[in-house]
Design a protein. Structure first.
Ligand SMILES: Nc1ncnc2c1ncn2[C@@H]1O[C@H](COP(=O)(O)OP(=O)(O)OP(=O)(O)O)[C@@H](O)[C@H]1O
Length: 359
C-alpha cells in the first residue's frame, strides 16, 4: 500500500505542530444558552481523541467552530498552529481541506459513483484527473472496496458507504479526521469493523482523529484520550482507561453506568443499611491492584470467608480495569479488615449495605 498522509503537504506544515487542534476558552451563546462555556482542549498529533456528551452538550457547536462554520463569541481555535476563528471565507477554504470529515449519514452524492465521490475533494482542490483516479483507487484499496469503484451509493450497505466516506475524507491528505457520530447509524458488527478500520489507519499512518460520539463503547474501542462535555464545558478529560477506572464527574459516571458491572438487581433490592446478615462490598481495581492475586491473598492472609457474587475485569488500552462485588458474613470487624487489606493494595472499596438471610 502506497498511501502517504503527508504527501502534498509542505514539510514545514506537516512536521511542525505537535498539536493539530488547540482550543482556548471557547465561548458561544445562543440567546440564554451557553452552547460552549469556556472550552479549552488540545488534539495531539497522531492521537485519537474522543469527545463524548449527551444530546445538547455542545458537540455540534464545537465541530462547527473547528471547521469555521461557526464563529465563537470569544476564545481561539488553532488548526496546526493557525488561529482560524476570525478568518474570512476565502482564507478558510484551504484550511478546511486540512480537516476530513465523516458523518452519521455518510453524506455521499447519490448521482456520482463511488470513485467520483472519493475523488471529489481532489477535484475541488484542482488536482488533475489521472492523479485523482490513481489516488481514489489507492484509497478504495485502503478501505477494502476496490471492486466498488463504479457502483453508486444506493448499491452499497451502510458499512460500505461509511468506508467510501472515510476514503473521501482522506483524499486530500487531511491533518485531522473529524468523525461526527460516524457509527451511530450502523449495527454493532459493522460499527466494530468501521472502528477497527479507523484504528488501523491511525496506527499505520499516524493520522490524528477527533471522534465525536454519545456512545462510550466507541470511546472504549478506539480512543486514546477522552474528553467529556456537558452544558458547554469539558467536565472530565484523560486517558480512556483512567477515566473508565475512576470517573470523577457525575455525567461520566452516568455515561459509563451501562458498561461497568452493577450489583445484580435481586441483591440490590434487598440491601439494608442495618448491619445484619452479610455485608455487600464493592471493590474497584485498576492498574497494579488488578494485576495481583488479590482475592486469594485476601483469603490466605486474613482467613475470612467471603463469596464473589458478581463482577469482572476488562482490559482498556492494555490496562486492567475492574469491579467486583463480595458478600462477607460475620460482624463489621471482618468487613473493616477486608476493606483495609484491599485499600492497602490500591483498591477502592465501598460497603453498599447488608443482606439478611440467603441471597
Ligand atoms: N443555532 C442555534 N440556535 C439556538 N440554539 C442553539 C443553536 N445551536 C445550538 N443551540 C443550543 O446550544 C446547545 C448545544 O447544542 P449542540 O447542537 O452543540 O449540542 P450537541 O451536543 O451537538 O447535541 P446533539 O448530540 O443532540 O446533536 C443546545 O442547547 C442547543 O439547543
Amino acid at each position: 500500500m502506497n498511501v502517504h498522509f503527508s504527501a502534498g503537504v509542505p514539510v514545514e506544515r506537516a512536521g511542525l505542530h505537535h498539536d493539530v487542534v488547540r482550543l482556548t476558552d471557547l465561548r458561544r451563546r445562543f440567546g440564554r444558552t451557553a452552547a460552549l462555556d469556556g472550552v479549552s482542549l488540545t488534539v495531539h498529533k497522531g492521537e485519537i481523541l474522543g469527545i463524548i456528551g449527551r444530546s445538547g452538550a455542545g458537540k455540534s457547536t464545537l465541530i462547527r467552530c473547528l471547521n469555521g462554520l461557526e464563529r465563537p463569541d470569544s476564545g481561539e481555535v488553532f488548526i496546526e498552529g493557525r488561529e482560524i476563528s476570525r478568518l474570512g471565507e476565502r482564507d478558510l477554504q484551504p484550511l478546511r481541506r486540512r480537516i476530513g470529515m465523516i458523518f452519521q449519514h455518510f453524506n455521499l452524492l447519490s448521482a456520482k459513483t463511488v470513485v467520483q465521490n472519493v475523488a471529489l475533494p481532489l477535484k475541488i482542490a484542482g488536482i488533475g484527473k489521472a492523479e485523482r483516479v490513481r489516488r481514489a483507487a489507492e484509497l478504495l484499496d485502503l478501505v477494502g472496496l476496490p471492486e466498488k469503484a463504479g457502483s453508486y451509493p444506493a448499491q452499497l450497505s451502510g458499512g460500505q458507504k461509511q468506508r467510501v466516506g472515510i476514503a473521501r475524507a482522506l483524499a486530500a491528505n487531511p491533518a485531522l479526521l473529524l468523525s461526527d457520530e460516524a457509527t451511530s447509524a450502523l449495527d454493532p458488527e459493522t460499527t466494530r469493523s468501521i472502528l477497527a478500520l479507523l484504528k488501523d489507519i491511525n496506527r499505520r499512518f499516524g493520522l490524528t482523529i477527533l471522534l465525536i460520539t454519545h456512545e462510550m463503547e466507541v470511546i472504549r474501542s478506539i480512543a486514546d484520550r477522552v474528553a467529556v462535555i456537558d452544558q458547554g464545558r469539558i467536565v472530565e478529560e484523560g486517558p480512556v482507561w483512567s477515566v473508565f477506572a475512576e470517573p470523577k464527574s457525575e455525567v461520566t459516571q452516568r455515561l459509563l453506568a451501562g458498561m461497568r458491572p452493577q450489583l445484580p438487581p435481586e441483591i440490590a433490592g434487598r440491601l439494608s443499611p442495618e448491619p445484619v446478615g452479610e455485608a455487600v462490598l464493592r471493590i474497584d481495581i485498576f492498574g497494579d491492584a488488578a494485576r495481583q492475586a488479590l482475592l486469594s491473598d485476601l483469603a490466605g492472609t486474613l482467613k475470612v470467608s467471603f463469596r464473589l457474587i458478581h463482577g469482572g475485569i476488562e482490559t482498556i488500552q492494555g490496562e486492567p480495569v475492574g469491579t467486583l462485588f463480595l458478600m462477607i458474613p460475620g460482624g463489621g470487624e471482618d468487613v473493616a479488615r477486608v476493606s483495609q487489606f484491599l485499600q492497602a493494595r490500591g483498591a477502592r472499596t465501598e460497603v453498599l449495605g447488608h443482606v439478611a438471610g440467603d441471597a
